[in-house]
Design a protein around this ligand. Structure first.
Ligand code: PMV
Length: 362
């Protein structure tokens, strides 16, 4: 198994000039969810997601050779240009974790600034976009310093591997369209340690899919994803859940390929509710949906039945609802959102997004 540990990646600091690298990387929405992990950020089941377009993190990494002798990570981190001690701790812990892969990080003064395109306190999970943006910056830095990773496939594979170490779902954000993370006999080259693109196995309908994010509640979640994953150890439904995810993946792949929106939509909703059912069945049990999440779900299902527009919902580990629908239903669904769902959103806020083209180097 690749581990990317490479003690040769050290620089001669006397000859090194300061520089910078920058990436913009999107968030993603899982159809088959990853919930439960083991070992070093390894998934209990394979997952598949849509890469988004408008919800992204922009990260600028500036570097300069270290002056004195210091064997740790020298980091200044800002978010939107402002110091943010809790984020700094997380980023530093992550960089400490990847010094075996990028030993040169200990030889540099690092200055990282990140910002999100979506409102900071919107309750949208930002770990996928932020960790993938950072991993892409680290791979670009390696490329700049050592002229390695010139092949785009190799570059993305390593970026996905590194992103996974920061946040499992971030491994999937490195690719345009749709991505699969986790070993499955159904897809050649799939792996637990990095994600792969499955864009070429997907019908065009899904590559132009729309995603509306309804901000039902924007406060910080009562139970983090990290705690949620670990509560799967000991959850009595854990094993059946991992089996269900594999069955859903088996049904999903041909439906994605043939453009079967009903099957994809059905799996999307089942996976969303199964994720929240697992939370309710954890010990201690917890609930992240809000009354308006359920009210919105009911309205979406009624609208679908009456209008025949193939609009389906999903949820991340939080109360906000994602709606997925094809481009040709856009105007009908958007008027439905404005009239029936906006009143259920906190401060009437929602975000228009769609399936995206993947990260961009700036
Ligand atoms: O990547 P994490 O550790 O933030 O976990 C993400 C989990 C879900 O968003 C709920 C599901 C998924 O597959 O993205």
């Amino acid at each position: 198994m690749i581990d990317y540990i490479d003690s040769n990646l050290v620089v001669e600091t006397g000859k090194l000039e300061a520089g910078s690298v920058s990436w913009r990387s999107p968030s993603n929405l899982a159809i088959v969810k990853y919930w439960g992990k083991h070992g070093r950020q390894l998934p209990r089941n394979p997952s598949i997601s849509f890469t988004l377009e408008e919800a992204y993190t922009t990260t600028v990494l500036k570097y300069a050779p270290k002056k004195g002798v210091d064997h740790g990570i020298a980091l200044t981190f800002t978010f939107d240009g402002q110091p943010k001690p809790d984020f700094t701790e997380k980023v530093k812990a992550f960089l400490d974790q990847v010094t075996g892969i990028f030993p040169f990080l200990k030889q540099l003064e690092l200055n990282i600034d990140s910002s999100n395109s979506f409102p900071h306190s919107s309750g949208i999970a930002s770990s996928a976009s932020s960790m993938s943006a950072l991993a892409l910056c680290l791979c670009s830095l390696e490329h700049e310093l050592f002229d390695t990773l010139s092949n785009d496939d190799e570059f993305r594979k390593k970026a996905s591997y590194v992103a996974r170490l920061g946040s499992g779902s971030a491994s999937r954000s490195v690719f345009a369209g749709l991505a699969l993370w986790g070993k499955t006999g159904e897809v050649l080259d799939s792996a637990d340690t990095y994600a792969i693109s499955i864009q070429d196995k997907v019908h065009n309908t899904f590559l132009n899919y729309q995603n509306a994010i309804l901000l039902i509640d924007q406060s910080t979640k009562s139970v983090s994803s990290r705690a949620g994953h670990s509560l799967m150890n000991g959850n009595p439904y854990a094993e059946p859940r991992y089996q269900q995810a594999r069955q859903n993946l088996h049904r999903l792949l041909p439906a994605l390929q043939s453009g079967d929106q009903e099957v994809v939509g059905n799996i999307l909703e089942q996976e969303a509710l199964a994720l929240h059912a697992l939370m309710m069945a954890s010990n201690p049990p917890y609930l992240l949906m809000k009354p308006n999440t359920i009210a919105a779900i009911n309205r979406v299902q009624t609208f679908r039945q009456e209008s025949k527009h193939p609009v389906y919902f999903s949820l991340d580990a939080g109360p906000n609802l994602h709606l997925l629908y094809p481009e040709n239903s856009k105007s009908a669904v958007e008027s439905f959102i404005t009239s029936e769902l906006v009143p259920l959103c906190q401060d009437g806020r929602w975000i228009k997004d769609r399936v995206g083209k993947g990260p961009i180097q700036l």
